[in-house]
Design a protein around this ligand. Sequence first.
Ligand SMILES: [Mg+2]
Length: 200
Amino acid sequence: MPPSGTSPDRPIDTVFLDRDGVINQRIPGDYIKRWEEFVFLPGVVEALHDLRRAGLRSVVITNQRGIARGLYTDKDLHLVHQRMQAHLDAYDARVDAIYYCPDLDGPRRKPAPGMLFDAQRDHPAIDFARAVLIGDSASDLQAAASVGCRGILVGSGEHLTEQLDALRTLGLTPSHIARDLPDALRSWAPLAQSLESLSR
Ligand SMILES: [Mg+2]
């Protein structure tokens, strides 16, 4: 590990994670309302374990508008997250914090950055310049860009093409594009380097 200050890239110490489509399978046009509908994407548990082992902070930032629409409740969501964390605990892969926005719209709902500010308020060591947000939607990367945080777009196929088109319209370019969360950790150099150096 080089002496501090000599690295041209500021190392990453915080990873913001969108949930649906990054940690678990998205249900197009629907919501995860109960644990039985929650399916971890391949390699995600291992990836979260690697982040934890390397000492990186992991923070889930998730829009859950289905609550405002009356399709499930805050309590239902908490139960899903309790089960998710219990499963992750078994692999030493727990995420450090979870923020969700139940609203139809407003300053907390991505693409607005409210949840990122909530996280920084609760964890003052968070420096957006040393963070990255990993998401599967243009709105995730918009939220990141608005606070000066880098963003990785994950996905494939038509959904990925649509999100890239939306970003282009907004004049935004992802810091990196990856197939999924495990691929993002391996293939984006600042994150791969942070996983290496912080684990020592
Ligand atoms: Mg998503």
